[in-house]
Design a binder for this molecule. Structure first.
Ligand SMILES: [Zn+2]
Length: 621
């Protein structure tokens, strides 16, 4: 049913492509719902594979939740009949010609059909509770801004940006290859279309699709065709943005204006950082929707002034209002700076998000880069800032009897495990953190955490704590082994030690044993602890069971465990604990599968000291 409904759109999409980029190169299309649980669509000659995953979640929480996302995927797959299938490409080095151009067609169609501004991904005809819920959580999502530009901003922020065209063996950041080819790839083509003009670019794509049908299209050939159709020399553009690693941050730091006899003279203070430039549209906005757009050709200097005459007073200046150029930071693209008062979920790429509640609590945030919050009633404040992939700084403070608080400096640790590809793949494998706290006693903490999932699967942490002349040490490590298909034994070892001077509230806690953690006073503490947990993950059950369409019970994973632990202050007098149990980890999905919740339900049987079987449950993110 869902597939058939989606396919009624295929003629419209194909007609739109045919009109602009030439006829559909095959005589028919076979669309197949592929039965695996992987949410990936694919295209081959005359065949489109769409995932069953999608159709099982299409009506989750609200009917037709995923319809527009599905149309975007369908538009992408159909566009491959022009790029990547209709014209062949070198998939190793020049896959951009397949995925980037396909994205360009799909997003162009989508924006013409559904509008380019604001929340255009989760829109409903009907009103209802489910629809309200999806709109509240996801209603702000814009296809281009949040699904293509935000991933580019993120990879630039993390220092994982590289050229869209290069051989696989030279790829340095393979973990972001899809974002680089599809999302940055789309943005590069959007910038090119803007540079040469939309009509010339469309004409060039039409020629490329026709001249290279059934042959291999190359980047050099595409460049030649776009140059011919536009009459522009594009050597610089391709060298910088296609084969090269150019980046740019355009900004505005303010403007001044004065009255003249004819109107107003505006002096813009513009800022630039980067290694490549593109002409930037600049929009001056005045009262009563008066607007003037000009083109700024950055000279590559850190600060430039630009003087413009207008016949209206300027209230606001916006650089690149339609996001036509690649810009690694849009927060500085407006003067005055923009603040969005968030009433529901919002994620502007060019503004601070401000939240406040009647108690006076106030928070300000920009993406995942920095944020702070003030809670006047609690006389408390907190803040954090991230430094790309390098690390982060965070802290909080509160006025109690005296000022208490802490500051933590975190350094992220990365490794490049072997993946079987010739490209280099980066995995975050841990964090090193330093904490200075006043509670109100001074305390100092040094922490190291690690987790790996690519070459092997393990996780753990170690820490040192100094407070009031005492010290504490802790260590924990879990290793996951592969015994057979979906059969994973795990082993966890934990150790803890506290010197007698360390305040007892910092002493090691034996929380590894479920029945102890469930105790009324919480898990017990002592100066020394040792624990071992043997676990076994069993094959999951995939019920795909719908809970009245509000949520989908998609996975149930059973786990068995045997846990033992000791606590002692005096080595001659140790308390020993032992338990055996089983639990199931349950995955629930809502909002079309875009919100995933995990919960656990289990039984534990204390063997030492012997006790009754206990039931427990919990929810995880
Ligand atoms: Zn594709």
């Amino acid at each position: 049913g869902g597939l058939r409904a989606l396919l009624t759109w295929a003629p419209e999409i194909l007609a739109w492509y045919e009109e602009r980029f030439g006829p559909y190169p095959f005589s028919r299309i076979l669309v197949v719902e592929h039965p695996t649980d992987v949410g990936v669509a694919m295209t081959a000659e005359g065949i489109v594979f769409l995932p069953r995953w999608f159709f099982a979640r299409e009506n989750l929480t609200a009917s037709n939740t995923l319809t527009r996302l599905g149309l975007y995927v369908l538009a992408h797959e159909l566009a491959h009949f022009w790029w990547g299938i209709g014209t062949g490409v070198d998939f190793d080095a020049e896959n951009w010609l397949s995925e980037g151009l396909t994205q360009y067609l799909a997003i162009s169609w989508y924006e013409e059909r559904f509008g380019s501004e604001g929340g255009n991904l989760f829109v409903f005809d009907k009103k209802g509770l489910g629809e309200e819920l999806v709109s509240y959580y996801l209603g702000f999502l814009n296809l281009r801004e949040h699904l293509t530009e935000l991933p580019y901003l993120e990879l630039a922020f993390l220092g994982f940006d590289e050229a869209v065209v290069k051989p696989t063996r030279e790829v340095r950041y393979d973990q972001v290859t899809p974002d680089r080819l599809y999302n940055k790839g789309y943005l590069v083509l959007r910038a090119l279309a803007h540079l040469v003009g939309a009509d010339a670019f469309q004409q060039a794509l039409r020629r490329a699709a026709q001249e290279f049908r059934g042959k291999e299209l190359t980047v050099a050939a595409l460049k030649g065709i776009v140059e011919e159709e536009s009459g522009q020399d594009l050597q610089r553009f391709f060298a910088d943005w296609v084969w090269g690693e150019a980046w740019a941050d355009y900004g505005i730091a303010g403007f001044r204006q004065r009255r003249t006899e004819e109107g107003y003279e505006i002096e813009l203070t513009l800022t630039y950082a980067g290694t490549g430039t593109l002409p930037v549209p600049v929009e001056l906005r005045g009262p009563e929707d008066r607007r003037k757009t000009l083109r700024w050709e950055p000279r590559g200097e850190a600060v430039e002034t630009l003087t413009v005459a207008t016949d209206f007073p300027v209230r606001e200046v916006v650089l690149d209002p339609e996001h036509r150029v690649l810009d690694t930071d849009r927060l500085n693209n407006r003067w005055p700076r923009r603040y969005v008062w968030a009433m529901r979920n919002e994620l502007p790429l060019d503004a601070y998000v401000v939240r406040a509640d009647p108690s006076g609590a106030f928070a300000l945030q920009y993406l995942n880069r920095f944020g702070f919050a003030v809670y006047p009633q609690e006389r408390a404040a907190e803040g954090w800032v991230r430094f790309g992939r390098t690390g982060a700084l965070s802290g909080w403070a509160q006025v109690q009897e005296s000022l208490v608080g802490s500051v933590t400096l975190t350094r992220y640790l990365w490794a490049t495990p072997r993946t079987g590809s010739t490209a280099t793949y980066w995995e975050q494998v841990g964090a090193l953190s330093l904490t200075l706290a006043r509670l109100p006693e001074w305390a100092f903490g040094l922490g190291l955490s690690w987790s790996m999932g690519v070459a092997r699967a393990c996780a753990g942490s170690a820490s040192l704590l100094l407070a009031e002349g005492g010290y504490g040490l802790s260590f924990s490590h879990t290793e996951l082994f592969a015994l057979g298909p979906h059969l994973y034994p795990t082993l966890t070892l934990s150790l803890g030690f506290a010197s007698p001077e360390l305040p007892s509230r910092f002493w090691p806690t034996l929380a590894e044993l479920r029945f102890l953690a469930l105790g009324e006073e919480g898990a017990p503490q002592a100066q020394n602890k040792a624990a071992a947990v043997l676990g076994l993950w069993l094959p999951p059950i995939l019920p795909a069971y719908s809970l009245a369409q509000a949520a989908l019970l998609s996975e149930v994973r059973p786990r068995l465990f045997l846990a033992a632990g000791q606590l002692w202050n005096d080595p001659e007098d140790r308390s020993t604990f032992l338990e055996v149990g089983g639990e199931v980890w349950i995955t629930l999905e809502a909002l079309g599968g875009l919100l995933v919740l995990q919960g656990v339900v289990g039984l534990t049987w204390p063997l030492l000291p012997a006790g009754p079987v206990l039931l427990y449950f919990g929810l995880a993110g």
